[in-house]
Design a protein around this ligand. Structure first.
Ligand SMILES: [Zn+2]
Length: 333
């Protein structure tokens, strides 16, 4: 009995032991499987992370490249802008003789010339073009500019090249920035050079136009240009300018159109007829215009040269006269 009992105990123990062994194997296997599974998952996730990191990096690089391109683009535009704007900060119009915002009141010189000479019929609104010849003149030009600014009207300045020393630069810049037009009135203003023995010299006229234009470009930058010219003494004073190969044709080859006037303040007339007070000067402006057939387009000749103080004094009433008679103010281009 005892033996049997012993035997049964021993087999029970053995069975227990085997079961433990089996459990151990199962648990180990489960752990192993879990380990492998989790490990694999970890490896995969690490791989995936790396992959996304690489992808993200690539995306970042792409973005960087595009933003680099953008900033390059921006750089290009900022690099181009100074070219366009020019060193003086002047926003030139396409014609180059005035700023962009003056475009709305800038008129074609040849067309206005045809109107005042009645070569073309004019049916538009009343227009006046104030013009100042012979500057730049410190002490006069700035006073003229002050009045134009106060009265809020534009004008066209016909510059003489020989006045363009380094002091002239701020006056020219002011003329442009305040919405006025710049034109050429020869370099020397010397009748003996331009019209020796009263005969126009085409090559001198051409040289003087080119010389003045290049001096203006030196002071105002390469974006400056002008298509407007006035002959010293006026086209009407010289014979032959319209002939083939002469002044008009030579100027046209440089992109310049000439214009005279049909009204004047008389400030450069011989002393015996020159106005001596404001009333006389204003009367001169009105009377001179009245001789012309076309009075709805007025091109008024005045001077911003040395000693033209009466012109400065009378200018406000000249402006008021045209304003009160319904004229709009323009510049020539
Ligand atoms: Zn002149």
């Amino acid at each position: 009995m005892i033996d049997n009992e012993e035997k049964i105990k021993v087999t029970k123990k053995k069975k227990k032991k085997r079961r433990r062994k089996e459990n151990f194997v199962i648990i180990t296997a489960v752990f192993l499987a879990l380990f492998v599974f989790l490990g694999g998952k970890y490896v995969l996730s690490v791989m995936y992370q790396n992959k996304t990191q690489i992808q993200n990096k690539n995306n970042e690089n792409e973005q960087k490249n595009t933003s680099d391109n953008n900033s390059e683009g921006k750089q290009n535009t900022t690099e181009k802008e100074p070219e366009k704007q020019d060193s003086n900060g002047i926003d030139f119009s396409e014609s180059g003789s005035h700023i962009k915002s003056a475009d709305s009141y800038a008129y074609d010189t040849a067309e206005i010339r045809d109107y005042i000479m009645s070569k073309k019929e004019y049916t538009g609104k009343k227009m006046v073009f104030l013009t100042f010849d012979d500057g730049v003149t410190p002490g006069i030009t700035d006073k003229v500019l002050d009045i134009l600014k106060e009265k809020q009207v534009p004008a066209t300045f016909f510059i003489v090249g020989k006045t363009l020393n380094d002091q002239a630069k701020p006056y020219l810049e002011r003329e442009l920035k305040e919405g006025h037009g710049i034109a050429i009135h020869s370099f020397s203003h010397d009748y003996n050079k331009l019209y020796p023995n009263r005969v126009p010299n085409a090559s001198v006229i051409k040289d003087e136009a080119e010389k003045t234009l290049s001096r203006l470009k030196e002071l105002l930058g390469d974006k400056f240009n002008t298509g407007v010219w006035r002959y010293p003494g006026g086209h009407m004073s010289w014979k032959g300018l319209e002939n083939a190969g002469n002044g008009d044709e030579v100027l046209k080859s440089l992109g310049l159109e000439w214009i005279d006037w049909n009204s004047l303040s008389g400030d450069a007339e011989p002393q015996k007829v020159r106005p001596t007070n404001k009333e006389e000067m204003l009367k001169y402006v009105k009377t001179s215009l009245s001789y012309w057939k076309q009075q709805n387009v007025a091109v008024v000749l005045m001077h911003d040269s040395q000693g033209k103080n009466l012109t400065v004094e009378t200018l406000p009433s000249i402006i008021d006269y045209f304003k009160s008679n319904g004229y709009e103010f323009g510049i020539l281009k």
